[in-house]
Design a protein. Structure first.
Ligand code: DO4
Ligand code: MG
Length: 287
């Protein structure tokens, strides 16, 4: 079962519902995912289990990114060995910062996106027109309620410019925070339905003109951090009244000089969580 945000065929407005694969049942009285994230996990579960609104065939509704309201998207970095290796190689002069943070007690966490800028399944992601090497970063996203509890999981793409961050790690916000740099979805799998989040397969496939030009597979078992520890650092000195989505870092990075191109189809799959497909455009004007 998944919690979905979609365009209601009844009102043409965003709605929230529960998708069992065959039908989507609307949650009456709830219009945003953010409202659910204000609840403690037991309250959220009750609300979801009691879905009794209008029903629609699952394939017939247009799914939206499962992030809205004031929910913020954050991301963790260098949480997998593969990410550390890739940053060390791309970094022109400051490669030791990545090695240091991989082993440090405090994780790297950075702000990624406000909710309204997040692209959903079937939407667009962008590469910057002032960057030459750009990659998707497939990541397990923790869906956290206002109390910082992990209430669900989703798929997040932390689209990044390797060119810009490679010049200087202080350029990370420009490499990673711009319109089209964040996608999430297609839905939220409730945490109580995922027995072991450290045993999920993550796949990435990039298709160009109908041909696969890059694909790879990894597992959350390779994560060098604990998920609740990452969430704990995010909530240590900040508040998130509408909850947060925390992307937990990438374990799949194509070798240099591979780069995304305009028109590429990027598909990220995480077992038990979902499959997120987006199309690449170049530059702000194309978003
Ligand atoms: O420090 C760079 C960011 C790394 C990152 O986004 C990741 O490991 O996923
Ligand atoms: Mg990342």
């Amino acid at each position: 079962m998944h919690i979905v945000r979609f365009v209601s065929p009844l009102t043409d407005a965003p709605a929230v519902g529960v998708d069992d694969g065959e039908r989507v049942v609307e949650l009456t009285g709830v219009t945003t995912v953010a409202e659910l994230l204000r609840l403690p996990v037991e309250g959220l579960r009750e609300r979801v289990d009691g879905a009794d609104g209008p029903e629609h065939p699952s394939g017939s509704v247009r799914k939206l990114a499962p992030v809205d309201g004031l929910t913020e998207v954050w991301a963790a970095g260098v949480t997998y060995r593969r990410s550390r290796e890739a940053r060390v190689l791309e970094s022109e002069r400051a490669s030791d910062v990545y090695e240091l943070v991989y082993d440090a007690e405090r994780p790297e966490l950075f702000f990624k996106s406000v909710a309204w800028k997040v692209s959903g399944h079937g939407g667009r992601i962008a590469v910057r027109s002032d960057s030459e090497i750009d990659v998707p970063e497939p990541e397990l996203g923790l869906v956290l309620n206002a109390a910082g509890e992990i209430v669900g999981y989703t798929v997040v793409d932390d689209v990044s410019s390797r060119t810009i961050e490679g010049v200087n790690p202080l350029y990370l916000p420009q490499a990673k925070i711009y319109l089209g740099a964040c996608a999430a979805g297609p839905a939220i799998r409730p945490a109580w339905e995922v027995p072991d989040p450290y045993a999920l397969d993550i796949t990435l496939s990039i298709a160009r003109d109908g041909e696969t030009v890059w694909d790879g597979k990894a597992s959350t078992s390779q994560l060098n951090r604990r998920l609740d520890d990452l969430a704990g650092y995010l909530f240590r000195a900040d508040v998130f009244p509408d909850g947060a989505v925390l992307a937990t870092g990438t374990c799949l990075v194509p070798d240099l000089p591979f780069t995304l191109r305009d028109g590429d189809a990027v598909t990220i799959g995480i077992s038990e969580i979902g499959t997120l497909t987006t199309t690449v455009v170049r530059g702000l004007e194309a978003m």
